[in-house]
Design a protein around this ligand. Structure first.
Ligand SMILES: CC(C)=CCC/C(C)=C/CC/C(C)=C/C=C/C(C)=C/C=C/C=C(C)/C=C/C=C(C)/C=C/C=C(C)/C=C/CC(C)(C)O
Ligand SMILES: C[S@@+](CC[C@H](N)C(=O)[O-])C[C@H]1O[C@@H](n2cnc3c(N)ncnc32)[C@H](O)[C@@H]1O
Length: 384
């Protein structure tokens, strides 16, 4: 992986920069836009831009169509059996006209599809929601995010914290995260466990855990990730560190899964407490981006201190600058974490630099099947 981020580096604008600036200068002129929308050679570009800008204007409406489908369980119903509007309306408890309106909207977004016999069926994007309870839970919990984003400029101006999301993620605003009680961790821990399968699938498709003696998952939630590892890899012992209230839940879940003897669970606060030793691999799954640079760097140093020579760290989370999924990092997680009050999505190069500063060597970005969902970086303890 290459070195530090070069954003903001001085230097003359490139040829491409100058071309873009010329092009956008033209596009900013209403008269040119009018002409380009009619001229056959520029018309396709004009239409594409109009559509892209319209999608940005309408994004909230689209997401509410999705939310209505999730709340009314439309995808599961249509996946079971396509049906005409009348029957669907009865099934989801909507007036006929509203069901027709919702289905037409959902079909235009690829969530459902109208068959040639007039019945509604699952669409390509609705099909991707089937069996993914975590995604449905994410869609539901966005109500808090949208409430916090109602005035985005105010959100950008005010000191961070004091939002719906910052109280939901109780550790993000807490003076002493270690004292956060069971009632404040329950909802986010359930959301993380529900959405963990889509992340674990990506990590397990990317990295083999078999070669390790013991894996410590720091910020491991109720243990969903480690249970997925245990199902694939027989060898490693399982170790989990999280806030005391979360750790208690993880302990109960491991016992219920028959993994009580294979798993050791530790409660604590990784901003203050040392991490348990004994693992040759420490994982951070959807943890680093939650924290500002000082806390993240200190956490990496603690992880380094807990690892033996030859030990390894694995970081799995969505990252900035993911080709083909740029808005996921910069726009979605950038603003999500702003509303949460802490942290930022980082580019792989930035994480690599933080790892080097904490005493890790050979950072590698491993290819995951769906980089939008998560990317994976591993690095090894540097030899002295
Ligand atoms: C046979 C023929 C002719 C054709 C085949 C067609 C074909 C190849 C179809 C492909 C089917 C396929 C494989 C579809 C795959 C679809 C996938 C993988 C869809 C995935 C979608 C994932 C989404 C929308 C993920 C959304 C994730 C969100 C919103 C995550 C939010 C996470 C949050 C808020 C995390 C919070 C934690 C914190 C606080 C930041 O730490
Ligand atoms: C976004 S969740 C990710 C959970 C899990 N790794 C997953 O991907 O499903 C972040 C986790 O870090 C834990 N955490 C946050 N701050 C912590 C701290 N100071 N000490 C220990 N754990 C902490 C949270 O309790 C939570 O379980």
């Amino acid at each position: 992986m290459s070195g530090a981020d070069t954003l903001g580096a001085a230097g003359p604008p490139s040829f491409l920069d100058r071309f873009r600036s010329f092009r956008e200068g033209l596009a900013a002129r209403p008269g040119f836009r009018r002409w380009a929308a009619r001229f056959p050679l520029t018309r396709p570009f004009a239409r594409r831009r109009a559509r892209a800008l319209f999608d940005l204007c309408a994004g909230f409406v689209y997401t509410q169509v999705l939310l209505a489908c999730v709340r009314l369980d439309v995808f599961a119903i249509l996946a079971q059996q396509p049906m005409p509007t009348q029957r669907l309306a009865q099934r989801i408890g909507l007036p006929l006209e509203s069901a027709e309106r919702l289905m037409a909207a959902a079909a235009s977004l690829g969530l459902t599809a109208r068959r040639s016999d007039g019945a509604w069926a699952i669409g390509p994007l609705g099909a991707a929601m089937i069996g993914n309870d975590g995604l449905a839970a994410m869609v539901e919990h966005h109500a808090m995010l949208y409430a916090d984003l109602a005035d985005p400029v105010a959100l950008l101006r005010r000191p961070r914290g004091g939002n719906a999301l910052s109280s939901y993620w109780a550790y993000s605003g807490a003076e002493s995260p270690g004292e956060v009680g069971a009632d404040r961790i329950r909802d986010y821990t359930a959301l993380m466990a529900a959405s963990q399968p889509m992340v674990a699938e990506e990590v397990l498709a990317t990295y083999r855990f078999d070669a390790h003696r013991a894996v410590l998952d720091v910020g491991g939630g109720n243990g969903a990730f480690l249970r997925a590892v245990a199902a694939e890899a027989r060898a490693p012992r399982l170790m989990l560190f999280d806030l005391p209230a979360v750790a208690e839940e993880a302990r109960a879940r491991f016992a219920a899964a028959g993994l009580g003897a294979r798993a050791s669970v530790f409660g604590g606060d990784f901003t203050k407490d040392a991490l348990p030793e004994g693992a040759d691999l420490i994982t951070l799954v959807r943890v680093l981006h939650d924290h500002d640079d000082d806390v993240s760097s200190a956490l990496l140093a603690r992880i380094r201190a807990a690892l033996p020579p030859g030990g390894r760290i694995l970081i799995a989370e969505p990252m900035s600058g993911t080709a083909g999924a740029e808005p996921m990092g910069e726009a979605y997680f950038g603003f999500y974490l702003l509303a949460m009050g802490r942290g930022r999505p980082r580019r792989p190069e930035e994480i690599a630099a933080m790892l080097a500063a904490a005493g890790f060597a050979r950072p590698r970005l491993l290819p995951t099947p769906t980089p939008l969902l998560t990317r994976v970086i591993v690095a090894d303890v540097a030899s002295p």
